[in-house]
Design a protein around this ligand. Structure first.
Ligand code: G3H
Ligand code: 13P
Ligand code: NA
Ligand code: ZN
Length: 328
């Protein structure tokens, strides 16, 4: 059944686990996540970005997700809107049946320029008022995602702040988080602790010092009833990079967030873990590999099936690693 994010993450907090929130754009991604959840008996968060709605079209996306809920009647599912740029976008998603919306007021409407704190409070509070009136949960964001090492927001293709960010923008301030939550009454708070979107997060393999894990505990202590969200949580599996490269793909040297660091995050209060890039890497690697292995094949279902199975493997591993398995 479809449930609100608040309900799902309250359970996760009570039982000390984290829930991966996977981005979805098409049938095979949705099926991969649902099959992995069914196999491991895990709660599910499916999230759609503005890009996903543009790609699939809102009615297709909505009906595919309703189909997933119908096909898996025993699994709780949250349908979450990822990175809403304006209250209007959030209102559209509420109207189209999402059970949770993110108002990302850390950036201006262009989705690139860091916004003032006052702007963030104002737009997020407006979304909270609208969403809560109809039982929909709200995620806000405070701070800007980006590498603590380089100040780069990461991602060349359009997600997040552009250019260099200063060190205090890159780390969510716990005292400000407390004020933000008090003023906006959000259910979940996305925090900046050194992760960034996309495949190019770190130029070296991260150590235990790469992310500000201590910051998570400090924020959690200030906002104990608001569930913390870690964006940019793909691990960028080196195995999939190798498969992509050995089949002609061009991916530069790069590292993601180690699963062990996410597990530390969960122990310190993270409850929602956003993952998009890992599924993209696994699916594109599997499609390249399938087409190379079966050059005479022209039924696209062969490559799509390989892609689905690859995505399912990623999802299953994350459900298990984050403590979701058996919690549905
Ligand atoms: O946070 C961004 C997600 O990875 C979605 O990316 O806008 O390309 O769909 P997208
Ligand atoms: P990744 O690019 O690390 O998968 O992060 C996705 C995300 O944060 C979506 O909101
Ligand atoms: Na989100
Ligand atoms: Zn994100």
């Amino acid at each position: 059944a479809m449930i609100a994010l608040r309900q799902m993450l309250d359970h996760a907090a009570e039982h000390g686990y984290g829930v991966p929130a996977f981005n979805v754009n098409n049938l095979e991604q949705i099926q991969a996540i649902m099959e992995a959840a069914q196999e491991t008996d895990s709660p599910v968060i499916l999230q759609a970005s503005a890009g996903a709605r543009k790609y699939a079209g809102e009615p297709y996306l909505r009906h595919m997700i309703l189909a997933a809920v119908e096909a898996h009647p025993d699994l709780p599912v949250v349908l979450h809107q990822d990175h809403g740029a304006t209250p209007a976008v959030c209102l559209q998603s509420i109207r189209s049946g999402f059970s949770s919306v993110m108002m990302d007021g850390s950036l201006r409407e262009d989705g690139q320029t860091p916004a003032s704190y006052e702007y963030n409070v104002e737009v997020t509070r407006r979304v909270s008022d609208m969403a809560h009136a109809v039982g929909v949960s709200v995620e806000g964001e405070l701070g800007c995602l980006g590498s603590l090492e380089t100040g780069e927001a990461g991602e060349e293709d359009g997600v997040g702040a552009k250019g260099k960010l200063t060190h205090d923008m890159l780390l969510t301030d716990p005292v400000q988080a407390q004020d933000f939550v008090a003023q906006t009454r959000i259910d979940a708070l996305a925090i900046a602790i050194g992760t960034s979107h996309g495949a190019y997060k770190f130029t070296r393999q991260p150590t235990g010092e790469t992310l500000a894990i201590d910051r998570i505990a400090a924020i959690h202590a200030r906002v104990p009833n608001t569930h913390l969200v870690m964006h940019g949580s793909s691990s960028v599996p080196q195995e999939w990079l190798a498969i992509i490269r050995s089949h002609g793909g061009q991916i530069k040297e790069t590292w993601g967030v180690p699963v062990e660091e996410i597990q530390r995050g969960i122990r310190n209060g993270v409850r929602k873990v956003n993952i998009d890039t890992d599924i993209r890497l696994a699916m594109s690697g599997a499609m390249r590999q399938s087409m190379a292995l079966h050059p005479a094949e022209f039924d696209p279902r062969k490559a799509f099936l390989a892609a689905k199975l690859a995505a399912r493997g990623i999802c299953k591993a994350r459900f298990e690693a984050f403590g979701c398995a058996g919690q549905a």
